[in-house]
Design a binder for this molecule. Structure first.
Ligand code: NDP
Ligand code: GDR
Length: 343
């Protein structure tokens, strides 16, 4: 039985990855930070077999202790401050968690594996997956983007992810460690945080249609992304660690849609004309925007045999249906409105 440690287990991807690995017969551990973490019960409900270890990407010794205690075969580093606008408000913290946190996790593996600064990792050393991001590509250069597209990050988050990506590559080259990076394009689901644009839209469409919300303020409606389903993307993470050699892989659908397209599908799903309910508010436009991202996932397709199974329309409808269900529950039990658990 393979044993995996997932950081960021309480997030969207952590939950889908935990389910996926359990289905594949893994023993799954999740790193949980803070005291009385309110999101622990999300995972306990979805995947009660998951075991937890305490630790924080800001605290080196807690990571060493967790890796030493669990002795995993694989570590998936999904933890991060992942909301791009917050990275301007808390740039230093974003650098510490999303960037330096990767180094701390790599160091924990190196130390527990007994690797000196000049030794090469023997076969069987813990395999490491880093959650890299298309946000590293930032300013539009070539379209679509692949593994060789140079980073031009546009946010403190993108800069921190670029550091994480490069230090993951460096530990592979320096110590021979099995470190892989998935450069994932935007992926969404009913478990997506409410602050991200697809979920903000699906939730608003559902609640407006049931009279629970008045309107929806968005930023840049012209931004274009390559959106896929998180449940499809976590399969690629496991496949990367199952290869004979570690590498870097772009994961996306290869299809582009605008925020306006997402709004159109969501409001059509609930039978409303979005123009009557949605406004673009310049205060929500970012200091430096990433206008267009689109993946070239050829390498993942040919080397991993990975294909996305869920299209954009199906994804948006799935999210609206889930939010309609939640909104109906809110109507039946208004006190659930402020409740942190919506999945
Ligand atoms: P979420 O924001 O849903 O989850 C982030 C997770 O990180 C949470 O479990 C959170 O824990 C944890 N975390 C935050 N700070 C710390 C810390 N100091 N120590 C330990 N854990 C911490 O992200 P997603 O699931 O959407 O994304 C997973 C990863 O993939 C992230 O690294 C993200 O940047 C990256 N990514 C995501 C993409 C996407 O479209 N979803 C695309 C490309 C990359 P808590 O519950 O305690 O707050
Ligand atoms: P992103 O996702 O920044 O690409 O990062 P997000 O859903 O936040 O934004 C996508 C695009 O939509 C535009 N937008 C808005 N975004 C938000 N959140 N709220 C709005 O009201 C709004 N209006 C327009 C944005 O300007 C942007 O262009 C996500 C995160 O999951 C990262 O962690 C991950 O690395 C990248 O995807 C790939």
């Amino acid at each position: 039985m393979r044993r995996a440690l997932i950081t960021g287990i309480t997030g969207q991807d952590g939950s889908y990855l935990a389910e996926h690995l359990l289905e594949r017969g893994y023993e799954v551990w999740g790193l949980l930070r803070g005291q009385g973490n309110p999101y622990r019960s999300r995972i306990e409900r979805i995947a009660p077999e998951v075991r937890f270890a305490e630790g924080d990407l800001l605290d080196q010794s807690s990571l060493v202790a967790a890796v030493d205690h669990i002795q995993p075969d694989e570590v998936y580093n999904l933890a991060a401050i992942s909301y791009v606008p917050m990275s301007w408000q808390q740039a230093e913290l974003t650098g510490e968690v999303t960037g330096m946190g990767v180094l701390r996790m790599l160091e924990a593996i190196r130390i527990v594996s007994g690797l000196g600064r000049s030794t090469t990792a023997p076969p069987g050393t813990i395999r490491f997956y880093q959650a890299s991001s298309s946000e590293m590509f930032g300013q539009v250069g070539e379209v679509p983007q692949d593994e060789d597209t140079p980073p031009r990050p546009r946010s403190p988050y993108g800069v921190a992810k670029t550091y994480g990506h490069l230090i993951t590559r460096n530990y592979r080259e320096s110590f021979g460690m099995f470190t892989a990076s998935g450069i994932l394009f935007n992926h969404e689901s009913p478990r997506r945080g409410r602050e991200f644009v697809t979920r903000k839209i699906s939730r608003a469409a559902a609640r407006i249609s049931l009279g629970l919300q008045n309107g929806l303020r968005l930023g840049n409606l012209d931004a274009v992304r390559d959106w896929g389903f998180a449940g499809d993307y976590v399969r690629a993470m496991r496949l990367m660690l199952a290869q004979a050699e570690p590498g870097e892989y772009v994961v996306g659908t290869g299809h582009m849609h605008s925020v306006r397209d997402a709004v159109g599908i969501a409001f059509e799903t609930v039978g409303l004309d979005w123009r009557a309910h949605v406004v673009s508010d310049t205060r929500l436009v970012r200091p430096a925007e990433v206008d267009l991202l689109c993946a070239n996932p050829k390498k993942a397709r040919t080397e991993l045999g990975w294909e996305p199974e869920t299209g954009f329309e199906e994804l948006m409808r799935m999210m609206v249906e889930a939010d309609l269900e939640r909104a109906r529950r809110e109507l039946r039990h208004p006190s659930t409105r402020a409740y942190v658990h919506d999945w």
